[in-house]
Ligand binder design. Structure first.
Ligand SMILES: NC(=O)c1ccc[n+]([C@@H]2O[C@H](COP(=O)([O-])OP(=O)(O)OC[C@H]3O[C@@H](n4cnc5c(N)ncnc54)[C@H](O)[C@@H]3O)[C@@H](O)[C@H]2O)c1
Length: 269
């Protein structure tokens, strides 16, 4: 179930001030959609809003902590106040603490589960009932990762949240199909964003993160796919109503390996 015409529609994008979220905003705006950017980082949010407005987009920025249901509900309210409706919900904000699982702290888990997993749940709870009530169809895009399909050592917390986002998206797809609302899950590999430096937004109350951004992630992301490519993939996926959006088809072989071992194990019981 796709949304072929995005012109005049309203897209609400969490983590919209940077990287993949900002690229989605640019791509939706290029289709004539109005965009709401919901983000915790105020400076980046203002800059993104200015950039999009200067390019002719109708845009509204709202400070929001997706891990806090009250903050998400207030951001949803602000979006309705700005544009009257929301048609496309992109639950995209994410953070990526790294470290072997036995070396991670409960605070690392609280932070990453709060943003990457509960952020998606809060987004759905704040906006899907409104999208349903509007009765004009709609679409939800949840940003997972290839780490939602493949386990990545030293990214155990992140991997746990992204597997969950894939599961939530598949469930939501079945739940919303009867009411004409589509659901996609975006699973990119490496993209050139500020994700390796996500500790910049770690709440002080959860104690300090590492002094330096993760070196492996920094190097991998520096030369990775430009976010604009991902924004275009998302628009295409929403228009076609695709459940899975995989911007990096070269990871198919790795997933095939995992799928084969699971199928083999079923046969060997
Ligand atoms: N960059 C990659 O290689 C890659 C690959 C796969 C998936 N992803 C996913 O893409 C999504 C976007 O990340 P990105 O790579 O663009 O990184 P990014 O750091 O450039 O952007 C993430 C945005 O989320 C915002 N954010 C962080 N915590 C928040 C909170 N509590 N509430 C609201 N906003 C918050 C940040 O301020 C930032 O603007 C994430 O879900 C990430 O896991 C990224």
């Amino acid at each position: 179930m796709g949304m072929e015409d995005l012109s005049g529609k309203v897209a609400f994008i969490t983590g919209g001030a940077s990287g993949i979220g900002l690229a989605m905003a640019r791509s939706f705006a290029a289709e004539g959609a109005k965009v709401v950017l919901a983000d915790i980082e105020v400076g980046a949010l203002e800059k993104a809003e200015e950039e999009l407005r200067a390019a002719g987009a109708e845009v509204s920025g709202v400070k929001c902590d997706v891990s806090d249901p009250a903050s998400m509900a207030a951001a949803a309210e602000a979006a309705i106040e700005a544009f009257g409706k929301v048609h496309v919900l992109c639950n995209n904000a994410g953070v990526a603490p790294s470290g072997a699982i036995d070396e991670t702290t409960p605070e690392d888990w609280q932070w990453c589960l709060g943003v990457n997993l509960m952020g998606v749940v809060h987004g759905i709870q704040a906006l899907v009932p409104r999208i349903k009530a509007q009765g004009e169809g709609g679409h939800v895009v949840n940003t997972a990762s290839v780490a939602g399909l493949l386990a990545l050592p030293t990214l155990g917390i992140y991997t746990a949240t992204k597997y969950a986002v894939v599961g939530i998206s598949e469930t939501l797809r079945a739940e919303l199909e009867p009411v004409g609302i589509g659901v996609s899950v975006l699973c990119p590999a490496f993209v050139k964003t500020r994700l390796a430096d996500s500790h910049r937004n770690r709440p002080a109350a959860l104690g300090p993160g590492p002094d330096e951004p993760d070196a492996f992630m920094t190097t991998s992301l520096a030369t990775a796919t430009e976010p604009e490519v991902i924004g275009e993939c998302v628009v295409r996926g929403v228009k076609r109503g695709d459940l899975y959006i995989f911007p990096h088809p070269d990871f198919k072989i790795a997933f095939q390996g995992r799928a084969d071992s699971i199928l083999e194990a079923f046969d060997n019981q």
